[in-house]
Design a protein around this ligand. Structure first.
Ligand SMILES: [Zn+2]
Length: 248
């Protein structure tokens, strides 16, 4: 009687502890990723929609050298190439069609808060970004959307560089704090990246960034850019890192 009560208590305790572990332990990345955004249909060339745009945001760093795809919700040839590039990079069949395997891989790379696996809202909004608590000149929703987009390209860049860690020294900067108000940073469109603190290594980052969807790209040799690579998602292309042989 007494021992069976102990057994029951022990069982209850075990279940409670197990429950606690399930509750507080980190969920699998895949589950978290689906919490951020979930796709409900296979996406193919020719399709349009907001789900296509959400896909474009996450594969934009894989469209190839010099390609800065528009996030327009239209699954055209550049999006197809970007999906192929993503699939190739992560060991999937590069058919250019985004189905469940492609979405599963994306889920595994994004966190529940919609930041990609190796970057965080905190690191892209510290200091002048005031932790995204600023009511600066640009609406925060717009800033966050832009930051999400540039982080995904940085995630692609990081993978292209062999999964070596990249540090963001500055991302969003509110207008009052930024020395260059209304630059790309005030919109959340730019990240200043550092991998290893040497100009030679910054050039490795800068050169590769040309194949990760960079719109604006400034690095060693460009004024005030000898200690980081500025990487942004403006439309079009403005590149300058003369020390690295990048002039346009
Ligand atoms: Zn910058």
């Amino acid at each position: 009687m007494r021992s069976s009560r102990y057994v029951r208590i022990l069982l209850t305790l075990t279940l409670v502890l197990a429950g606690a572990v399930v509750t507080v332990g980190p969920a699998a990345p895949g589950a978290q990723g689906a919490t951020c955004y979930t796709w409900y249909r296979t996406l193919r060339p020719g399709m349009t929609g907001s789900d296509v745009a959400e896909l474009q945001i996450r594969v934009a760093g894989w469209a190839g050298y010099g390609v800065n795809i528009a996030i327009d919700g239209s699954y055209g040839s550049l999006t197809t190439e970007a999906v192929r590039g993503f699939q190739r990079a992560y060991g999937l069949n590069p058919d250019g069609v985004a189905g469940s395997l492609t979405f599963s891989k994306i889920y595994s790379l994004q966190k529940a808060d919609c930041s990609p696996l190796h970057f965080s809202w905190t690191e892209v909004s510290n200091n002048c970004g005031r932790g995204l608590n600023s009511n600066g000149s640009v609406p925060l929703a717009e800033v966050k959307e832009n930051l999400k987009r540039v982080m995904w390209r940085a995630e692609a860049l990081r993978h292209q560089l062999g999964d070596t860690p990249i540090t963001v020294t500055s991302g969003f900067r509110d207008k009052a704090c930024d020395g260059y108000p209304y630059g790309q940073h005030t919109y959340g469109k730019a990240l200043d990246l550092v991998r290893v603190q040497s100009i030679a290594d910054l050039c490795v980052v800068a050169r590769q960034a040309r194949s990760a969807g960079a719109g604006g790209l400034f690095g060693p040799g460009y004024p005030d850019h000898n200690d980081h690579v500025h990487f942004d998602i403006r439309a079009g292309r403005v590149w300058s890192a003369p020390t690295c042989g990048i002039t346009s």
